[in-house]
Design a protein around this ligand. Structure first.
Ligand code: ADP
Ligand code: MG
Ligand code: ZN
Length: 475
């Protein structure tokens, strides 16, 4: 029997705010344990939460950019469970009335366009962190308690691991564009749980799902889904049934490990948090975010394709972040050649970024300086290979390209008088070659150009040399 894969994703994204969701503690990652905590986020009895306004703004932004309806009234609820990383014994989340509802994201997977429904985006707080890999007992760090999260819950609309991968990639790009989340999966600021089931093709009822957790990269999400689909298919083909369970992905062994049977929402005894009032969102708050949304990835990609005639691979890289897109557009505008700007960034600038392991903003080669180098090459002031040398020198010293051209003596000789003198010398030294050339052996052109380059120490403009060779031979 042939089975269809059904996938729904739950994504937790840490909001990029200075302070936590219900107290004034800092949200910094990697600091000394338990240095950012207070009675509220430690869950001391009687301490009262106060909602951080910035968190609401960011959730609205995320909702708008993914086509959601923003609820004018939403409610915080307590999700009750015991775990040592949760001092209060409950997590403040949203349940029945989340801040954003009914959104979607358009993706392209395996060449097909597809719309993935998003059920909701709700606000919640993160739990603390347990540190297990110590000699002594497990340790607890409260720094992460109360870190603001949005949970983005998709409809079970995806039909392959590739669709899940594209959905994740698309969502990540949007969240980064919005500056809502830094999406660093290693630091846990973006986490994804995948719900996976299978069913016979044609069946409309959903099959029993397994929940996959602990995947710290998108490629692991893909691998885990593929593994799970295979496991479920084998079970059903052997007359067994899939039980609802939660699995951890083991990235070293490439297998999933059963963790626990999945609890249902009834087990959490959700109820509205009496410490927090209904969250009221006004039209003004929504408009404020609408008015300040950046150009979103899909729009930018489309514009780059139309405005600069770039191919899809170039567009994917040049719109990866707003920073690289801005850097590209500025360079293209300043040098007046969109194609060259793209070429230089895709090869040379990316290489420098990789070598230096740094961000675009930290480069000494600003878009102004890169544009200057491109112009020097295009106007034949320097050769293409000299351009690469100048780029390396700019990145090293931060000096102006023109200054470096002079300092390094790399300016190209295009002066026809000077080049003619050089060529005449070469011709008089190589009379046999001149004869052969005159009788039609065109291969000798490259020989003469090579000689001219040698004579000029690489500074002769090859285009001009070619022209002069023709001129002299014909005269
Ligand atoms: P739970 O209460 O177990 O968390 P939800 O109904 O809230 O389940 O759904 C959680 C996620 O699982 C959603 O993204 C949803 O689309 C997805 N999902 C639900 N049922 C299935 C299924 N049978 N197969 C695959 N994904 C599913
Ligand atoms: Mg769930
Ligand atoms: Zn606190």
């Amino acid at each position: 029997m042939k089975f269809e894969t059904v996938i729904g994703l739950e994504i937790h994204a840490q909001l990029k705010t200075k302070t936590k969701i219900f107290c004034g503690c800092k949200t910094s990652f990697g600091d000394e344990p338990n240095t950012h905590s207070c009675p509220v986020c430690q869950g001391l009895p009687g301490a009262l939460p106060v909602l951080n306004r910035e968190v609401v703004k960011k959730a609205i932004r995320a909702g708008l950019a993914t086509n959601h309806t923003i609820r004018k009234e939403s409610v915080f609820a307590r999700k009750n469970y015991f775990y040592p990383d949760l001092p209060k014994g409950y997590q403040i989340s949203q349940f029945e009335l989340p801040i954003c509802e009914k959104g979607y994201l358009d993706i392209v997977a395996d060449g097909n366009k597809k719309r993935v429904g998003i059920t909701r985006i709700h606000l919640e707080e993160d739990a603390g962190k347990l540190i297990h890999d110590q000699d002594i007992d497990s340790l607890f760090d409260a720094n992460r308690c109360g870190t603001p999260l949005i949970e983005i819950v998709s409809e079970p609309d995806m039909r392959s691991s590739e669709e899940a991968y594209q959905y994740l990639t698309g969502l990540k790009k949007i969240l980064q564009y919005l500056d809502v989340c830094d999406c660093n999966m290693e630091e846990g600021s973006l986490r994804c749980d995948a719900n996976v089931s299978i069913r016979p093709f044609g069946e409309t009822k959903l099959g029993t799902k397994a929940e996959l957790k602990n995947m710290n990269s998108f490629s692991n999400v893909k691998k885990a889904i593929d593994y799970e689909v295979e496991r479920q298919t084998e079970l059903i083909e052997n007359g067994k049934i899939v039980v609802q369970q939660t699995f951890l992905w083991d990235a070293n062994k490439n297998i999933t490990i059963a963790m626990r049977s999945k609890e249902s929402s009834d087990d959490y005894r959700y109820f509205p948090d009496p410490d927090l009032t209904t969250l009221i969102v006004t039209d003004k708050m929504i408009d404020e975010q609408k008015d300040t949304l950046p150009e979103l990835p899909k729009d930018k990609e489309k514009r780059f394709s139309e405005q600069y005639s770039l191919d899809n691979d170039a567009i994917a890289v040049l719109t990866e972040t707003i920073e690289i897109a801005d850097y590209y557009e500025k360079t293209a505008k300043l040098c007046g050649n969109a194609k060259s700007a793209s070429g230089w960034i895709l090869t040379d600038i990316l290489k420098i970024l990789k070598e230096k392991q740094c961000e675009l903003g930290e480069l000494k080669t600003t878009s102004e300086k890169l544009a200057e180098i491109i112009k020097l090459v295009q106007t034949d002031k320097i050769s293409a290979s000299a351009g690469k040398k100048i780029l390396a020198a700019v990145e090293e010293t931060g000096k102006e390209p023109q200054t470096l051209v002079e300092e390094l003596g790399l300016s190209q000789v295009s002066d026809s008088g000077e080049l003619k003198t050089i060529m005449e010398k070469i011709f008089s030294e190589n009379p046999a070659e001149v004869e052969r050339f005159k009788s039609g052996d065109n291969k000798l052109t490259s020989f003469f150009v090579g000689q001219a380059m040698k004579e000029s120490k690489g500074k002769a403009n090859p285009k001009e040399i070619n022209r002069i060779i023709g001129e002299l031979i014909n005269s």
